[in-house]
Write a protein that binds this ligand. Structure first.
Ligand SMILES: [Ca+2]
Ligand SMILES: [Ca+2]
Length: 337
């Protein structure tokens, strides 16, 4: 059973995936079922809104509730670290509202678990710890399932297919194209003009020190992405307001790309819209998995990035990223047009 709104996928194991629901007629509603079989409801758990901070110590504001059943039991709750670049310690015994100390900047996935002695429930929390002083002018984290945060796609080349996996039964396979598990995942098929377009009227104040920081996996043969933008004063798309950067084709994992968009002369005033041209002239097939897209304002104490004198610049990561998502040798060569 998938999330509401996610198209169904079929696979090549019909014997294992063909289920039939039978004799489900005894109870016409959940209320009727609950009356017939009294039971404890699991606790309700809210981990709180996702957090972005440049401090290592962060206040968590989760909450848990329960129906008080089973009788005599005590509701217990604690925080767990599921993913992250290092350990996290929780004060106050890991109570729903507590202070968490993160060991290093990076992206963490926490889980608040509540247990009534018989049933337990949990809720996830994304915490993005930035290096001290780094501020985000705008960020798209793709943390919420099915929420592409205003980004739309075009020219992916993928279409749905009617397939017959099971005898006498037709199914439709839909191309992968949704936000799930913290990623915006899109599938391309022989695409030459695949694009990702942000929402319009972003109204982000632009600064020449800003960097576009993307983390994604390119599992296609595409070798280059062009980032284009328009501003409120110059709302026409053209190549003067763009920069390209080289991709690792058929990459085995997540990779960070730092694009010094602030150095492009047109990057000033107020940002209206961003566009990523995902494919070059060669048709690309495969999957792109975006972890985040961020416009970063570097810490004030850092020196401004020197204007681009040569066509190509070597870029180093601004900070350490989660180890499990890191690949070696990921400093990027960027060409500014
Ligand atoms: Ca309960
Ligand atoms: Ca993400």
């Amino acid at each position: 059973v998938l999330l509401p709104g996610v198209p169904f996928f079929t696979n090549q194991a019909p014997a294992a995936t063909h289920w039939r629901l039978e004799h489900n007629l005894n109870y016409r509603s959940v209320a009727e079922l609950n009356r017939a079989i009294p039971q404890t409801d699991p606790p309700s758990v809210k981990a709180g809104p996702d957090i972005t901070s440049d401090h290592l110590a962060v206040r968590l504001s989760g909450s848990v509730r329960d129906d008080g059943k089973p009788a005599g039991s005590r509701l217990a709750a604690h925080w767990e670290l599921l993913e992250g670049p290092g350990p996290v310690t929780f004060a106050d015994g890991g109570a729903p509202k507590c202070c968490a100390n993160f060991s290093a900047p990076g992206d963490y996935l926490l889980r608040l678990v509540a247990d009534d002695g018989e049933r337990w429930m949990s809720d996830l929390l994304n915490v993005h710890i930035l290096p001290r002083g780094l501020k985000l002018a705008r960020a798209w984290e793709f943390d919420r399932p099915l929420d592409a945060e205003g980004w739309s796609t075009s020219g992916l080349g993928t279409t749905h297919r009617v397939e017959t996996m099971i005898k006498d039964q037709e199914g439709t396979s839909w191309p992968v194209h949704y936000v799930a598990g913290g990623y915006f995942i899109i599938a391309l098929e022989k695409a030459t003009v695949a694009r990702l377009l942000s929402a319009d009227h972003l109204n982000v104040p632009l600064d020449k020190r800003q960097i576009l920081h993307l983390r994604f996996q390119n599992h296609t043969m595409a070798r280059e992405i062009r980032v284009c933008f328009i501003t409120q004063k110059h709302p026409l798309w053209d190549k003067t307001k763009s920069a390209t950067f080289a991709l690792t084709p058929l990459d085995k994992g997540m990779r960070d790309y730092l694009v010094p968009l602030g150095e492009v002369p047109g990057w000033q005033g107020s940002l209206q819209q961003l566009r990523l041209d995902l494919t070059g002239d060669e048709p690309a097939t495969g999957t792109l998995r975006f972890d985040f897209i961020r416009i970063e304002n570097p810490a004030r104490k850092e020196k401004p990035i020197k204007p681009n004198s040569a066509a190509k610049i070597e870029w180093k990561p601004a900070y350490d990223c989660p180890m499990k998502r890191m690949q070696e040798g990921w400093s990027k060569t960027l060409a500014i047009v």
